[in-house]
Design a protein around this ligand. Structure first.
Ligand code: NAD
Length: 510
């Protein structure tokens, strides 16, 4: 292996120097296969003389069951605040409402904005259809649909809020370019779905283009996530570093890891300004838990990334080389065992034994792991200073629950109510985003959730893009009138112009 793909330490987070003193790290074994793979990884670290002192905390299923809905007990935060480094096994998030994902909580609470997932084929040691695959997925880690803000609006309709910030986009995009530059990579590909989500994914894409101009040495491209995923799965060798939003990154990193041979092979680093968390990319694999057959490689790769983050490059390389040597010797856990290709199917513990027995040896055909340069400070992930935008209210979207009839009936009713109020007029009604009034199409299926867009009436001064100013009090007054008329408002959204630019999407067919 030509390089280990370490995340850079970020500003404010000094790499720790190698020393004879033990470095405290917080360790959480997790659920399912977590305890099995964590125990073996800790054995390997100890045998390799990794100068770390684990502080164990409990997270996950047991903690959820003890009544902590976030999956972590309050006292566990003390260790995390002290060590600022967490090596974490996979967690089972209980199904159903009332429980929040601990992974998301940790990433957001600790400000771990970058999720770095290096995936590399280990051909010919590990069977793969794509021997040349060597891709780093850099996934935004705090925003997007993972904000976990969901609501039920009507009996038929639920909603999940997709929140994207310019600050978050700038931070992750800059991190990706810096990562690529510092690791001698040549290309950064941005993947979004901005042909559909023009404001949210559009912002991510725009920021990628803006920040990309500061990295003229780097080849850069943007792809729509659907074709991007398809090409990652069929031509992974054409990719190098991929930066994308949270949900897409979650999905494509599993795809790419599986292409290398197994989702059980890849580790990840969650990097923030103050703290870092290292974990396998896979989950708790309840289907094989307790059988002693899980592949501990993903967790071991997470530990190697952690050692590099701590400045322990020599011991990281030693472990990496022993791991590669073991794979080359054909000793393979069940997920990567292929008859005729592998020599022996080994248990989790036997695999760890084999790695320990090969500490100090270098792999053959897989190039020896190089110890990367010590992580240096990346440029501060600060937001680009921007002048305050002028924000003007030009309308309101009122979302109604309405089960009573056809769009034209609702349209006529709303037009009459708005006319009585005077300041606002009905512009359109959409149902699931499609315009149904005025002049909707009879084929459009309508549910009980109606978005009714009101804008200013009358001869008002135009303030931008053909819109007129609206007084907030008028918007409130209109809502009171709708309520008094027996209509059921489930939510409203203000329509703003920012420096004269529309800050809301048009209805489909508008
Ligand atoms: P999973 O990754 O746990 O398992 C998917 C498949 O891959 C299973 O067949 C499993 O046996 C196999 N697999 C995964 N890791 C393996 C390994 N190390 N060795 C051999 N085989 C391995 O995904 P899932 O089944 O969708 O999720 C199970 C649970 O894990 C869910 O509760 C989910 O929420 C959770 N999860 C946690 C994390 C995390 O803690 N970071 C990530 C993903 C999923």
């Amino acid at each position: 292996m030509a390089e280990l793909l370490v995340p850079q330490s970020t500003t404010g987070q000094q790499p720790r120097s190698s020393s004879s003193t033990l470095i405290p790290v917080t360790v959480a074994a997790g659920d399912g296969i977590g305890p099995e793979i964590t125990a073996q990884v800790l054995r390997i670290l100890e045998a390799a003389g990794a100068p770390v002192q684990p502080e164990f905390i409990e997270v996950g299923e047991q903690v959820y069951r003890a009544g902590h809905t976030a999956g972590i007990a309050p006292e566990a935060w003390d260790s995390l605040h002290r060590t600022r480094v967490l090596l974490k096994g996979p967690i089972t998030t209980p199904q159903g409402g009332g429980y929040k994902s601990l992974n998301v909580t940790l990433r957001k609470t600790l400000g771990l904005y970058a999720n770095v997932r290096p995936c590399r084929s280990l051909h010919p040691a590990v069977a793969t259809l794509h021997p040349k695959l060597d891709v780093v997925i850099i996934r935004e880690n705090e925003e997007d649909l993972y904000a976990g803000i969901e609501h039920q609006h009507t009996p038929d309709v639920v909603q999940c809020l997709k929140l994207i910030t310019r600050t978050g986009c700038e931070r992750i995009v800059r991190y990706a370019f810096e990562y690529a530059r510092r690791h001698g990579r040549r290309k950064v590909t941005c993947m979004t779905k901005d042909n559909i989500m023009k404001l949210t994914d559009g912002l991510f894409h725009r920021v990628f283009d803006e920040i990309g101009r500061e990295y003229p040495d780097m080849e850069q491209e943007h792809q729509i996530i659907d074709i991007g995923t398809a090409r990652l799965a069929t031509q992974p060798a054409r990719y190098d570093v991929v930066v994308t939003l949270n949900l897409y990154g979650d999905i494509i990193s599993d795809v790419v890891a599986e292409l290398t041979g197994s989702v059980g092979l890849a580790g990840s680093a969650n990097i923030g300004r103050e703290s870092a968390m290292f974990e396998a990319i896979h989950g708790s694999a309840p289907d094989i838990a307790g059988q002693g057959v899980a592949n501990p490689s993903g967790m071991l790769q997470a530990a190697v990334l952690m050692l590099q983050h701590l400045g322990q490059h020599a011991v990281a390389a030693n472990i990496q080389n022993a791991w590669l040597h073991t794979l080359e010797d054909g000793l393979h856990p069940a997920d990567i065992f292929r008859p005729g290709h592998s020599r022996e199917r080994v248990s989790t513990a036997a695999f760890a034994d084999a790695i320990i027995a090969r500490l100090g040896l270098e792999p053959g055909e897989l190039a020896a792991a190089q110890v990367p340069a010590a992580p240096t400070d990346a440029p501060a992930p600060h937001p680009t200073p921007r002048p305050q935008a002028r924000q003007e209210l030009v309308g309101i979207d009122v979302f109604l629950r309405w089960d009573a009839g056809m769009p034209d009936e609702l349209g006529a009713k709303l037009e009459a109510l708005a006319a009585a109020q005077g300041a606002l007029q009905l512009k359109l009604i959409t149902n699931r985003g499609v315009k149904v009034y005025p002049q909707g199409q009879p084929e459009t299926y309508c549910t009980d959730h109606w978005r009714c867009r009101f804008v200013a009436t009358g001869e008002l001064p135009t303030i931008g893009a053909g819109y007129h100013p609206v007084f907030f009090a008028d918007a409130l007054q209109l809502q009171l009138q709708l309520t008094a008329a027996g209509l059921h408002i489930v939510k409203t959204e203000n329509l703003y112009l920012f420096d004269g630019q529309r800050g809301f999407s048009l209805g489909q067919g508008e």
